[in-house]
Design a protein around this ligand. Structure first.
Ligand code: FES
Length: 107
């Protein structure tokens, strides 16, 4: 699967990752800047906040209560339709590709 991270300065990081990888974990282990993942993927920090590009939105899992709460306290403003936690987004057979915008701030 492929994950594209779009940065505010116009640069992009494109990663080829193994199925089952999350947007957060893949960024952290490949040094993609702007995604922190402080809590290690437990939906407890919101430093993996991303804005998902519209064509992928309807293929994502529902937002859980934990994720809902965390998105409310993300450093960058929440976008009601596009904001998600990167640690909740897993690529694989169901979602072979995703593109996201990295927020300007995570803390
Ligand atoms: Fe902490 Fe996603 S890594 S909420």
């Amino acid at each position: 699967p492929k994950i594209t991270y779009h940065h505010a300065d116009g640069n992009q990081d494109v990663l080829d990752v193994p199925g089952g990888s999350t947007v957060m974990r893949s960024a952290v282990s490949n040094g993609v800047r702007g995604i922190v993942g402080e809590c290690g993927g437990q939906a407890m920090c919101a430093t993996c906040h991303v804005y998902v590009h519209t064509p992928y939105l309807d293929r994502l899992p529902e937002i859980s209560e934990d994720e809902e709460e965390m998105l409310e306290c993300a450093a960058a403003e929440r976008d009601e339709s596009r904001s998600r936690l990167g640690c909740r987004l897993t690529v694989g057979d169901e979602l072979p590709e995703i593109e996201i915008d990295v927020p300007k701030a995570q803390v």
